[in-house]
Design a protein around this ligand. Sequence first.
Ligand code: NAP
Ligand code: GDP
Length: 325
Amino acid sequence: MSHDKVILVTGGSGLVGKAIEWVIENDKGRFGKMEDEKWIFLTSKDGDLRSTEATRAIFDKYKPTHVIHLAALVGGLFKNMKYKLDFLRDNLLINDNVLHTSHEHKVKKVVSCLSTCIFPDKTTYPIDETMIHDGPPHESNFGYAYAKRLIDTQNKAYYDQFGDKFTSVIPTNVFGPHDNYDLQDSHVIPGLIHKCYLAKKNGTPFVVAGSGKPLRQFIYSRDLAKLFIWVLREYDEVDPIILSVGEKDEVSIRDVADAIVNAVDFKGGYSFDTSKADGQYKKTASNEKLLKYIPDFKFTPFETAVKESAEWFIQNYDNARTGKH
Ligand code: NAP
Ligand code: GDP
């Protein structure tokens, strides 16, 4: 069967890639697979995207017409603080290879992934799409942040020089099934789900890093996946778009710990280790632009999404990414 659209998803085995695959296969409404689409989900086993040769070989093999570019060196606050140069170099190389090979292959549209943690540290709130390059990012993740910001710069340059339709989305903190549940290097929700699960199983203390006061907006990976699919099919700007729940849905790290205690059905208490970093206090983002485009979009309630993620982790404990393999 021939398909008009061959959609290549880099980073297809990660948190966001797996969620897109799930929505494509399971959504019975507007976000499910369309007849003219062929979806290909890559893992790093298909080739190391830091290598130009490997990237070209992948594009020669699949001949994509569209690309969703997710592959990146990704991690939570503590991993970002440890490996700043790796975050900068790996992501610069991956992004340049994917974007330039897409250009060489005359790919019709590329949707790349930025993050709200790349915005200036000193800023006004809420943050919006126009503010990415307004000042230095937070010290804790400047390697990742500068590499990601350059995707936006590159997209504009490809458009101005060649008319290429390369765009990007800016999600807030993401969580869900297939996340990285490593105890040290993960993001806060998967890290705390794992820690709470161990506290329940082994009767050990449940310790939350930092003060519990920082504020974050979280998006469930399956909601984000639907929005990615919408962007690929319908969003026509080169400028990025923030994919986030509203400002009123921002929660503290303490709220996160409470939701996890509930989801894991942990009967003990927890403490805060204030010797550990808090990172950015907040990075409140506006989803006004998104809601103008897609006002009827329904986000999964935070507690429901945390529960589904914890259930997925417990059911898949032996195979989940936990750093134990
Ligand atoms: P993830 O779960 O860590 O997955 C990363 C993906 O990238 C995996 O499929 C991995 O392949 C692939 N990859 C990494 N290095 C690669 C390389 N050198 N060559 C080829 N593939 C490589 O990450 P995620 O959370 O899904 O993140 C997806 C995108 O969302 C990233 O661009 C990230 O910056 C962005 N984002 C994430 C968050 C968040 O909270 N997680 C928030 C905002 C934005 P293997 O599985 O084979 O290793
Ligand atoms: P960030 O939003 O980019 O800072 O990324 P994270 O998902 O790593 O969230 C970091 C926030 O959660 C900081 O305020 C941390 O102090 C707090 N936190 C509490 N416990 C943990 C944990 O086990 N892992 C991580 N990554 N952060 C934690």
